[in-house]
Design a protein around this ligand. Structure first.
Ligand SMILES: [Zn+2]
Length: 548
């Protein structure tokens, strides 16, 4: 994720390296310090002109000490015992006594920042979303099949999915048997006809319909996440930490990554793109006047990394050197972003040099023409607003390693994603225009020293609603300091070893501290305390050798 505006830790203007040598792209109006300034966008458009969420976010993030007022209260902590929407479910066929065995799955997965996020008692292996959408009326009807394993030691007599109340549930089947269900705000509470034994694999098929919408405050103070409508009448889904529950029932937390397939039927003037690889054979027959699209992401990803783009976009394709398909959507009327699609193989080549082999089977971008207040690293195919520039593409594609392949276990550790993705443009500029990174570091440190608020927000455990603030500005400074502290060779080894070790897993920030210390051959905890966890400017004596 990268905000169009991040206001809380402004370091003012900048003369840092920018632009892309050898690229025809002309969208580098300012430079990446716009990430940490108030109102400048890369396209020069007023930041808040058509994005009220952005101004709300800016207001919220200017007071880092206070919890964000835009943090969404996603559900109540208790679930009603009777269905509150949709037609009554058929009665379960088993007895009441049967239903009393097994645990009640928790309403949240245990993230201290978002207690209602995710759910307890099971682990999802895959989602299959089959939907029909009419952009003209914003009408979605869908059936989502969730395949999961019961993790509760006592089995499950009841469990939850996250699903926004705009989606009205019509029926739930668990293992092909009708189940009872109830709604409590953004929770869908499912009571299977029979308890689910511990360790068993089950399928839940949820049929629902509604008018999908954004989730208010769904991006931790950076605006709404979820189902956006586009200028041309289409739709695009993006948001972190919440967006998936806007359109399918989900265990909405990054600690439960899963495979994801979406099959979408739309009126034939529209196209559909999502993450992963497009499947064009074996599709269901399209009703008259419609077309069917299917996208398959068969490497597990966090739910906020799933997306869907329905519009009259242009499809651009190419290949990486190893044959990996590069497939992008460019919004109607957005011709200038074709150049960003075209630099993608070079970006991946540079990032692979630092991070190791590209972890997914496809790559590309969804270049919208919208004033979405953030860009998001949706897996294989990030979603961009109309203010995108090359450094934004570098940032989001670097997340494919740092964030998408290696996924956070808790939102408090978001620096594992954002600090590295914010350092990636430094690496990119060192490659493409031989940028002097030490000089850049010194320039930014001078600005930071002139701003008393700069060091106030730590990079780890920054507080709910403040995840997407200091990581963008302070994060790269801390990582460049770490590079000098470890020595170049060891740091570069760390950049590759992290995804190689934790790809497909959910490590914590402590795991990073341990790996860095191990590679450096010394305990770096004191260094991390000052540069990542501290809330005071580092003393000159804390500067690593070479940067003093
Ligand atoms: Zn990011």
């Amino acid at each position: 994720m990268l905000a169009m505006t991040v206001a809380c830790t402004s370091v003012g203007g900048s003369s840092l390296p920018s632009g892309v040598a050898g690229s025809s792209t002309t969208t580098t109006a300012s430079d990446r310090s716009t990430e940490v300034t108030d109102t400048v966008t890369a396209s020069g458009a007023p930041a808040a002109s058509s994005a009220p969420a952005a101004s709300r976010a800016a207001a919220a993030s200017r007071s880092p000490a206070a919890p964000s007022s835009t943090t969404v209260d996603r559900s109540s902590s208790t679930a009603p015992s009777t269905p509150t929407d949709g037609p009554p479910s058929p009665s379960p066929s088993t007895t009441a006594q049967d239903r009393t065995s097994g645990a009640v799955g928790a309403t949240g997965i245990g993230d201290e920042y978002y207690p209602a996020s995710g759910n307890g008692g099971y682990d999802v292996a895959g989602y299959q979303v089959d939907l029909r959408y009419r952009p003209e009326s914003n009408a979605l009807t869908a059936t989502t099949t969730v395949t999961a394993t019961v993790t509760a030691a006592e089995g499950l007599q009841r469990f939850n999915f996250d699903l926004q109340p705009t989606m009205k549930v019509r029926a739930v089947l668990v293992n092909a048997v009708p189940a009872r269900f109830a709604r409590a705000d953004a929770e869908l509470v499912v009571t299977p006809a029979a308890p689910l034994p511990p360790g068993s694999v089950f399928t839940a098929v949820v049929t629902y319909a509604g008018a999908p919408a954004v989730v208010p405050g769904g991006t931790s103070g950076l605006g709404d996440g979820g189902w956006y409508r586009t200028k041309s009448g289409g739709a695009v889904v993006a948001g972190e930490p919440f967006s998936a529950s806007a359109w399918y029932p989900v265990n909405e937390h990054p600690s439960d990554p899963a495979r994801f397939t979406v099959t979408a039927t739309v009126p034939e003037k529209w196209k559909v793109m999502a993450g992963g690889l497009e499947q064009t054979t074996g599709l269901p027959a399209a009703p008259a006047g419609t077309k069917v699209f299917r996208w398959v992401q068969d490497i597990p990803i966090a739910s906020y990394l799933t997306t869907l783009y329905i519009d009259t976009f242009t499809v651009k394709t190419s290949k990486l050197a190893d044959g990996t398909p590069v497939v992008s959507a460019v919004a109607p009327g957005d011709t200038e972003d074709v150049a960003l699609h075209e630099i993608t193989p070079r970006v991946i080549a540079v990032l692979s040099k630092y991070f190791g082999k590209y972890p997914f089977k496809a790559v590309g971008g969804i270049y919208t023409n919208e004033n979405i207040p953030f860009a998001l690293e949706t897996a294989t195919r990030p979603v961009y607003g109309n203010w995108v520039d090359p450094d934004t593409v570098v940032h989001e594609l670097s997340h494919q390693w740092y964030g998408d392949d290696v996924t956070v276990r808790r939102w408090a550790d978001i620096c594992l994603n954002e600090c590295f993705a914010s350092y990636a443009p430094w690496l990119w500029h060192a490659e493409i225009d031989k940028a002097d990174l030490d000089a850049r570091w010194r320039t930014e440190m001078q600005r930071a020293d002139a701003d008393p608020s700069f060091w106030r927000s730590p990079l780890v455990d920054m507080g709910a609603g403040h995840e997407f603030t200091a990581v963008y500005s302070r994060g790269p400074l801390a990582l460049h300091a770490l590079r000098h502290q470890m020595g170049d060779a060891k740091f570069l080894e760390l950049l590759k070893k992290w995804p190689a070790t934790y790809g497909g897993r959910n490590p914590t920030f402590e795991d990073l501290e341990s790996m860095a210390s191990e590679l450096a051959g010394k305990d770096l905890k004191p260094f991390f305390q000052v540069w990542f966890r501290g809330t005071e400017p580092p003393a000159k004596s804390d500067y690593p050798p070479g940067l003093r």
